[in-house]
Design a protein. Structure first.
Length: 74
């Protein structure tokens, strides 16, 4: 599988991941990583919390960054 971003730039490179949001294949250069805390467990007691990592393409990463800033300012 080839990187979609590289393809649009007229280049050819192997993908190393797939965007979690839109499914576009991305190479190491175009892959963006985001983390978030995920809580799990029962409603009674102390919930567990772990970090989740997701791969995003540059387009979805930009959209994610915009919505994350908007959520923090409200």
């Amino acid at each position: 599988m080839n990187c979609l971003e590289c393809h649009t730039e007229g280049k050819d490179s192997n993908a190393v991941g797939v965007c979690h949001k839109c499914g576009a294949a991305v190479c190491a250069e175009h892959a963006r990583f985001v983390t978030r805390s995920v809580r799990h467990g029962s409603l009674i007691g102390t919930p567990g919390e772990h970090q989740e990592r997701s791969v995003l393409c540059p387009v979805c990463a930009k959209a994610h960054a915009t919505t994350a800033v908007a959520a923090r300012t409200t």
